[in-house]
Design a binder for this molecule. Sequence first.
Ligand code: RIB
Ligand code: CA
Length: 305
Amino acid sequence: MTIPIILDCDTGTDDALAILLALASPELDVLAITVAGGNVGLDRTLANTLALTKLARSTVPVYQGADRPLLGSFFNEPRIHGIDGLGGIVLPDGGQPAPEIASDAIRRILRTAPEPVTLVGIAPVTNLALALMTEPALTANIAQIVLMSGAWAEGNATPAAEFNALNDPEALAVLLACGRPVVFATLELTAQALVTPERLGVLRALGTGLCLAAACDIQASVPPSRRLPGAPLHDPCTIAWLTRPELFTSRACSARVDLGPGIGRGRTVIDRWNRTGDALNAVVLETLDADGFFTLLGERVAMLP
Ligand code: RIB
Ligand code: CA
């Protein structure tokens, strides 16, 4: 039984590895890849996504989505992802996006899918929120929502907020209120998925395919973290949760997001100890078997062309 998913991304460096891992995972049926702005502008995140699906010789349709959040505008992160979003690694041009707007495609798929679909968000979740805001009944055909988003403690975009959550907190609030479980791969989880030169060397030696080489080159372009002894590989953690949940421990909790205008904006308040007594609308991933994660990543991406 494969898991049908829609993968929503803002293809920067870690999104690239998540896309390749998803396309290489037989446990997943990737129905669509939808693209928003975020790490870099939508023109680049879309081009990067199309280049990666072509490199992987995938026929999964790619849909253009939001170039701004529900309120305001996206802020980018070229310091991590480069101006082009892939750390300056140039891939052959991809094809064309499918002729449908991302949120329309998400609604069409949820409306017609024969079984519940998992939404995977590794970007500001604007596309996902737009789909659910315009047709709320579609939540009945969502199996679960899995997000790389948020943090229990400090953020990475501000001291309070993680990048995806801060880029569209209102959209995250829509998902948290939609009635379907939201699984969080927070910064504390992804900080356990640290890319080091040694791990990158092991990955690179696993095969000779263009996708593995591109994945390693893209990851090698990421500057060292200021706060961790390696580069946290954020987005692929969502795919690993779906394919190898035994690599993780998790906990049901309640979660909210701060929509204020101040320094706390975009902060995810994840109540792991149920101090608020709020409804348990989320699951937070707490620990990761990092060696198992990198073994999975390498084995799968090495299988691609
Ligand atoms: O905070 C990390 C997240 O923000 C990742 O999804 C990264 O790609 C950026 O979008
Ligand atoms: Ca991302």
